[in-house]
Design a protein around this ligand. Structure first.
Ligand SMILES: [Zn+2]
Length: 104
């Protein structure tokens, strides 16, 4: 099963945000090396960059009906995945997405 690209970017940027807050927290609580504050700020910067990228992708995303579960989903590239049923989807070139569920 695949994960929707939009969800992937959002969860990755969320992880960076948590990492950034974690390092800043360590720095402020234990007053340890300044490098921790630096890493924290850097990680939060990456997080905001990725959030803005997710917003950029979301604006460009196409709305399609998932061929597997029939719900309206948003896809951002030729190969993406349904955010509901996680079916991997591929654009066949004419804007119509086909499910490419691996056979068991
Ligand atoms: Zn689906």
């Amino acid at each position: 099963m695949a994960r929707s690209k939009l969800l992937q970017i959002r969860s990755k940027s969320f992880i960076w945000l948590v990492v950034g807050i974690g390092f800043l927290y360590l720095y402020f609580i234990f007053k340890i090396a300044k490098i921790f504050a630096l890493i924290g700020v850097l990680a939060m910067g990456i997080s905001f960059f990725m959030f803005s990228r997710a917003g950029h992708f979301a604006a460009k995303a196409k709305e399609i009906d998932c061929p597997e579960c029939g719900r309206i989903i948003r896809v951002v590239s030729r190969a993406d995945a349904c955010s509901h049923c996680r079916a991997p989807l591929i654009d066949e070139g004419n804007g119509i997405y086909k499910s490419v569920k691996p056979k068991k």
